[in-house]
Design a protein around this ligand. Structure first.
Ligand code: FES
Ligand code: MG
Length: 598
């Protein structure tokens, strides 16, 4: 059943407090006069039309979302056609590839800024323009907190990248070419030219990296129009769906359909199941758990394993598969994947979505149009493609993306005759990315084909925001000898475009006293995927001595803060498994209704 309409009258709009408030004639006049000087008419501001914000995430600094500057014109056309009044405003820029020390540092900053705008300005609803990795979770976290009607408009992925007849996927090509460069097969100009091939147009990464994953999951959550997430940025349908999104937000306001109606436990379960079938980014559990925390829904990494691990991989898209965004869209996009999952009884079909209809209603007739690109549930690319939530004596939670375990990795590490789910190795430990780059080729480390590489000091406190550095490549000498990957483990993240089966997002991190801080190169680790366990094979007495030594020097050392925000975030950020959110933030949920602006 679709959502029963609970229409509100124009005088119930929150914008009336600013624009039509006879108790405060002075402040009302001041609110109105500066908008009038833009050429907006008094009638538009005071006649009870919904005032709609367009949160503009595109800018010259955020090229993945830059075309939203143009798309916003179509959004405004749709808003006006439906009787609303649009107000576009900027979001703090977040560009994944360029922001230092990491774009993830800005997810919570953009969230904070957006909460303040949505709470403090006369907005009845908001269109959230999204694209590049962290822009989508930042926007959804804020919408969940403020809880005014909101709808997501993805900018869509870039067109496919090509080199001759070969598809070149953004991000994924970097990880491949880095190895070719290290092996001496190509020089730097060739390296650069091959990477530039992957980005032929406007739009976000054309692989199933964090950007495409999070926009697909925004749709799976019910927060964007069905079929809209993966329309490539330059396609004509992208402008059309921008217009329809603008039309729809006005009715969302009139129907008072809020994020809290859509972002339910069932919706989050739908999103995490869909993530597995997409072969989605290892950043998704962090962001989806964060959105859930702000929406007041309990969700953790045990849920990801319990509900998500056994789901098969259906999307044949890089890095887990062979194709890119354009083929995925033509094959039916997110609805076609969810259609298979719903048919298999894996989704909650009654979940309400932003168009006012249920997920099941939206998915009717949306079968895959190309079963090679979007597989049937009975004929997947990989069985059990979701995340494993590993535990043990080194951390409470760390994720492994099983859809990307290659045949070579499986043969070398997981098909030992004693236990086909487990392996043991000697660790070599690095403290942050600089340490790794400085020492990885040092022969004294004696890294061989059985070594486990460990990265620490890369969590949200150790490296503000958490560094995408866990997918470490082996020493050049090993690559030249044909060993292209080693097991990696760490308290940082890795790029969603990486096809590396690392054990990552380990929490608690070394910098907050996690046992990873006690690890020493030469220790042995046992990784048992069957039992979901990683064990450090060092006796407790030795670990106690190491703990005492560490505490005597004041704990695990990490670099000083470089900016005020780094210091603020470090003082209150939660671990990766709890969404890396700001600890005080969830208590402000539903802030627009609970505390009208004074
Ligand atoms: Fe922006 Fe990948 S770098 S989407
Ligand atoms: Mg990244």
């Amino acid at each position: 059943m679709a959502q029963e309409s609970r229409r509100i009258s124009p005088d119930q709009l929150r914008s009336r407090w600013w624009f039509d408030n006879p108790d405060h004639p002075g402040t009302t006049a001041l609110c109105i006069e500066r908008y009038l000087n833009q050429g907006i008419t008094l009638e538009e501001l005071t006649s009870g039309r919904p005032i709609i914000g367009i949160c503009q995430s595109g800018s010259d600094l955020t090229p993945c979302n830059r075309h939203h500057v143009e798309l916003a014109k179509r959004v405004k056309d749709g808003i006006r056609a439906a009787g609303g009044v649009p107000f576009e405003f900027p979001m703090h820029p977040i560009h994944e590839n360029v922001r230092r020390p990491t774009a993830a540092l800005d997810r919570n900053l953009a969230y904070l800024g957006l909460v303040e705008v949505l709470h403090g300005y006369p907005l009845d609803g908001v269109v959230l323009t999204t694209g590049c990795d962290k822009t989508t979770p930042a926007a959804l976290m804020a919408a969940a907190t403020v809880n005014i009607p909101a709808i997501v408009l993805s900018g869509g992925p870039m067109l496919n990248g090509w080199r001759g007849a070969e598809r070149v996927g953004s991000g994924t090509v970097v990880w491949e070419m880095r190895k070719r460069l290290a092996a001496g097969d190509i020089d730097y100009p060739e390296f650069l030219s091959r990477i530039a091939d992957s980005a032929p147009s406007v739009g976000h990464c054309n692989t199933m990296g964090t950007a495409s994953t999070m926009n697909a999951l925004a749709e799976a959550l019910g927060m964007s129009l069905p079929g809209s997430a993966m329309i490539p940025g330059p396609y004509k349908e992208r402008g059309a769906v921008a217009y329809r999104t603008g039309e729809r937000i006005v009715d969302l306001v009139r129907e008072d359909l809020r994020p809290s109606d859509i972002l339910t436990r069932e919706a989050f379960e739908n999103a995490l199941v869909t993530c597995s079938a997409l072969g989605g980014s290892s950043n998704a559990p962090i962001h989806v758990n964060a959105i859930a925390r702000h929406a007041g829904v309990a969700l953790d990494n045990d849920d990801w394993q319990r509900l998500g691990h056994e789901i098969p991989l259906l999307a044949n898209v890089m890095p887990a598969g062979a194709y890119l965004g354009e083929e995925f869209h033509r094959a039916g996009g997110v609805p076609a994947v969810m259609h298979e999952l719903l048919d298999a009884g894996r989704l909650h079909g009654e979940a309400i979505t932003v168009n006012g209809r249920t997920l099941a209603e939206n998915l009717a007739g949306r079968e895959t149009r190309d079963p090679e690109v979007i597989r049937r549930y009975a004929n997947p690319l990989v069985e059990h493609a979701g995340f494993l939530n590993l535990k043990g004596n080194l951390f409470d939670s760390a994720l492994m993306k099983t859809s990307v375990i290659s045949a070579d990795f499986r043969r070398r590490f997981l098909e030992a005759p004693d236990d086909p789910q487990a392996f043991e190795g000697r660790v070599v430990v690095f403290d942050g990315a600089e340490d790794y780059h400085a020492r990885i080729d040092d022969p004294a480390l004696a890294i061989d084909a059985t070594t486990i590489l460990v990265m620490r000091g890369a969590g949200p406190v150790g490296h503000p925001g958490g560094a995408e550095v866990v997918n470490m490549q082996p020493p050049e000498a090993l690559i030249r000898a044909g060993i292209e990957s080693l097991p990696c483990l760490g308290d940082g993240r890795q790029s969603g475009t990486s096809g590396s089966p690392s054990i990552l997002n380990a929490a608690p991190e070394a910098a907050t006293g996690g046992p990873l801080a006690l690890l020493e190169s030469g220790d042995r680790l046992r990784v048992d995927l069957g039992r979901g366990e990683v064990r450090l094979l060092v006796d407790d007495a030795t670990l106690s001595r190491r703990r005492e030594r560490l505490e005597a020097v004041g704990g695990y050392a990490y670099p000083p803060h470089q900016t005020p925000w780094q210091e603020i975030q470090r003082s209150m950020v939660e671990p990766l498994d709890r969404g890396m959110i700001l600890a005080p933030a969830p208590q402000y949920r539903d802030v627009a209704r609970r505390s009208p602006p004074r």
